[in-house]
Ligand binder design. Structure first.
Ligand code: FDP
Length: 295
C-alpha cells in the first residue's frame, strides 16, 4: 500500500479509476473500428500515417482519462506533447497498437502506462500498466504492485477476472520477432537460429505487438522488435510501448531487455524515443542478452 497523508488519495485509487476507464472505453474503441480503417491526412510524431481509428481512440481516451481526478497529464503516441489535465499521475497511451492490422482485420491492442514522474518519465517511475487485446474476445492484462491479472472485458466494458496473478509458463514454446529479416544484425540472426533449432519452439508472429506479447504471456517464449541495421533503436517507443509491456511481463515473472539491461532501467530524454524490445521467459532473455552483447 502506498503511503499517503489522511485525506490525500492513494495512487492505488487513481490507478483503479484509470484501469476501469480503459476497460469501459474498450468496447467503444472496438465498435469504432468499423468505418475507420482508412488513413487520414496526418502523420503521428514518429512519422507514421495515422488511421481514422488511431485518432478516434486517442481523442476518446484523452477526454476520458484526462477528466479523471488524480491524472496530471495525458500523453499519447498520436500527439507530439503531453496534455496538462491537472495534478497527479501521468498517463501515457498507445491508443491503437498495431493499427496496420486494421486492413486485414487482425489483432490489435491499446496500451496504457502510469508514471509517477513528469514526462518523459523513466521506466523506474512506472507504477502500473495495462493492455487491452482486441482478439476474438476482448481481454485486458493489468499490472500493479508487481502482479499481473488478466480480465475478460464484456460488451458493457466491465472486467471479469480470468487469470489471477498471471505467471508466464516455465516451458516456453513460441517466438516472434519483428523487422525485416535481412535488416537483422548478424548476432541477432544467430540468436534466432538457436531458437529455431529447438524443436519445442514454434513461430507465432502477427505484426501487432500486443497480440504477439499475449502469445508469450499465454504459452511462454520470447517476442522481440530488435535493433535493426537500418534503425539501431528499433521501432517501438519506450514511454508508450516498451516500459508498460516490460512492466507487465516482469510482473508476471518474465524478463525484459533492450539487449543489455531491463527495459525498466533504460533512460530516455524524449517523449517519443525508441528502443529495441525483447520480452519473455527469463532464460530466453538472458540468452538473447548474451548473444547480442558484443555486436
Ligand atoms: P503498427 O505500426 O501497426 O502500429 O509500434 C507499432 C507496431 O504496429 C507494433 O504493434 C508492431 O509490433 C510493429 O509496429 C510492427 O511494425 P512493422 O510491421 O513496421 O515491422
Amino acid at each position: 500500500m502506498d503511503e499517503h497523508p489522511p485525506g490525500i488519495e492513494s495512487n492505488r485509487e487513481v490507478i483503479g479509476r484509470i484501469f476501469t476507464t480503459v476497460a469501459e472505453a474498450a468496447p467503444d474503441i472496438r465498435a469504432g473500428l468499423v468505418g475507420r480503417r482508412d488513413a487520414v491526412a496526418e502523420e503521428n510524431p514518429s512519422g507514421e500515417t495515422q488511421k481514422a481509428a488511431d485518432v478516434y481512440a486517442d481523442e476518446m481516451l484523452c477526454e476520458r482519462l484526462g477528466s479523471l481526478s488524480g491524472v496530471g497529464s495525458y500523453a499519447s503516441e498520436e500527439r507530439s506533447d503531453p496534455v496538462d489535465t491537472g495534478s497527479g499521475v501521468n498517463v501515457c497511451v498507445d491508443p491503437l497498437d498495431g493499427s496496420s492490422n486494421l486492413e486485414p482485420n487482425a489483432t490489435m491492442g491499446t496500451i496504457v502506462a502510469v508514471y509517477e514522474d513528469s514526462l518523459p518519465a523513466s521506466g523506474e517511475s512506472i507504477i502500473a500498466a495495462a493492455y487491452v487485446l482486441y482478439g476474438p474476445i476482448t481481454t485486458m492484462m493489468a499490472a500493479e504492485d508487481d502482479t499481473t491479472h488478466e480480465y475478460r472485458i464484456d460488451s458493457s466494458g466491465v472486467g471479469h477476472l480470468m487469470n489471477e496473478a498471471v505467471s508466464i509458463p516455465d516451458d516456453p514454446t513460441v517466438y516472434g520477432f519483428g523487422g525485416r529479416v535481412p535488416d537483422w544484425p548478424t548476432a541477432f540472426h544467430s540468436f534466432v537460429d538457436t531458437i529455431e533449432s529447438d524443436n519445442s519452439m514454434k513461430l507465432r508472429y502477427g505484426g501487432a505487438m500486443i497480440g504477439d506479447v499475449n502469445q508469450i504471456m499465454t504459452y511462454g517464449g520470447i517476442f522481440g522488435y530488435p535493433a535493426l541495421n537500418s534503425a539501431p533503436d528499433g521501432k517501438l517507443r519506450a514511454e508508450f510501448e516498451a516500459y508498460p509491456v516490460g512492466y507487465i511481463v516482469e510482473s508476471a515473472g518474465g524478463a525484459s531487455s533492450d539487449g543489455s539491461q531491463s527495459l525498466l532501467t533504460i533512460d530516455i530524454t524524449e517523449l517519443h524515443e525508441r528502443t529495441p524490445v525483447y520480452v519473455g521467459n527469463k532464460s530466453l532473455v538472458q540468452k538473447l542478452q548474451a548473444a547480442v552483447a558484443h555486436w
